[in-house]
Design a protein around this ligand. Structure first.
Ligand SMILES: [Mn+2]
Length: 318
């Protein structure tokens, strides 16, 4: 696996014209926050729960499936010292086929650039869908560092190898056209997913991911996920790290694989997940849906500010 990893490292460093257009468009489109002057005080960045690190991947900006609004909400909720963008942030494959770039997608890019500007260390490790950025490894985009891969040291001293994970994907390694084909089918399920969830919302039912469900079924049958996870963990161990953070398969996970910590931060197309490191080095998988339902529950509880009385008249402590 290591040989395969190294052999393919620079095979596709071919920045395309579209990619350049995407990149320059992002950097030069005016910020919707007109008062966002570099020197102006930033209330938003002062608020929010503080985390040491956030790892997110598979945002797929430039596709209709990207849940940019939800991601913006997530980024507003948490501030951090380190932010790792673990690949497939911009979907160059889809953009090349059809230009799709709504304001919310631009807002995500602006938000990430703003983080870097405000002193957060932002590191971008490109994936296969934004492989155009692999041509810019070692460079910076408005303070965002582009790296082939990275090593993050947690507050409690563990080292985590950060890689997107597509190098381990047999399908993509062997035949790119096969992956493109799969990509089209995937786009279709995402469309169907949006339609179904539109219906479900009207019926008052909660969000449910069809493609996540299908993929779970299909990929479990192929044993693909397991092989992927084991291969990535093994590579991290052979490089001498305590664990690995990756994305790519859109399946959030955090578990021990033969003594190596395997973390997959999931995606922002279906599962809406992130891997976060708390200030003490503790790692946690955050599911945005869970955060939202907890918030709703708190809001429902909030009006009841008066502590209920117990049978003997004293206040019940909770
Ligand atoms: Mn990928």
């Amino acid at each position: 696996m290591r040989a395969a990893f190294q052999a393919t490292g620079t095979a596709w460093l071919q920045p395309s014209a579209t990619a350049f257009r995407a990149a320059s468009g992002m950097l030069h489109t005016p910020d919707r926050d007109s008062h966002d002057h570099p020197d102006s005080p930033d209330k938003e960045d002062e608020s929010g729960q503080r985390l040491r690190t956030i790892f997110i991947s598979d945002i797929h900006l430039g596709t209709a499936g990207c849940q940019a609004e939800e991601l913006l909400e997530f980024l507003k909720t948490y501030r951090c010292d380190y932010l790792y963008l673990v690949g497939d942030i911009v979907d160059g494959w889809q953009l090349r086929r059809r230009w799709f770039w709504p304001q919310s997608h631009n807002d995500v890019v602006q938000k990430l650039l703003r983080r870097a500007r405000k002193g957060c260390k932002v590191i971008f490790v490109p994936g296969n869908h934004d492989e155009f950025a692999r041509g810019f490894v070692g460079h910076q985009f408005g303070g965002i560092e582009v790296r082939e891969d990275a090593v993050h040291t947690t507050a409690d001293g563990r080292t985590l190898w950060v890689t997107h994970g597509d190098y381990f994907d047999g399908v993509i390694q062997c035949a790119k056209w096969l992956a493109y084909l799969g990509d089209n089918a995937y786009e279709f399920t995402l469309k169907l997913n949006r339609y179904l969830n539109g219906l479900r919302a009207r019926l008052g039912l909660p969000y449910w991911s069809l493609s996540a469900y299908l993929k779970q079924k299909v990929k479990t049958a192929l044993n693909y996920v397991m092989d992927f996870e084991v291969a990535v963990a093994q590579e991290a161990r052979s490089r001498g790290h305590d664990g690995v953070v990756c994305g790519h398969i859109h399946r959030a996970e955090m578990r021990d694989i033969q003594g190596t910590l395997y973390c997959n931060d999931g995606d922002w197309v279906e599962s809406r997940t992130a891997l976060v490191e708390h200030m003490d080095g503790r790692l946690e998988l955050l599911h945005w849906d869970t955060v939202c339902s907890a918030r709703t529950a708190n809001l429902a509880v909030a009006p009841e500010t008066v502590t209920p009385l117990s049978s003997n008249g004293s206040r019940i402590r909770s």
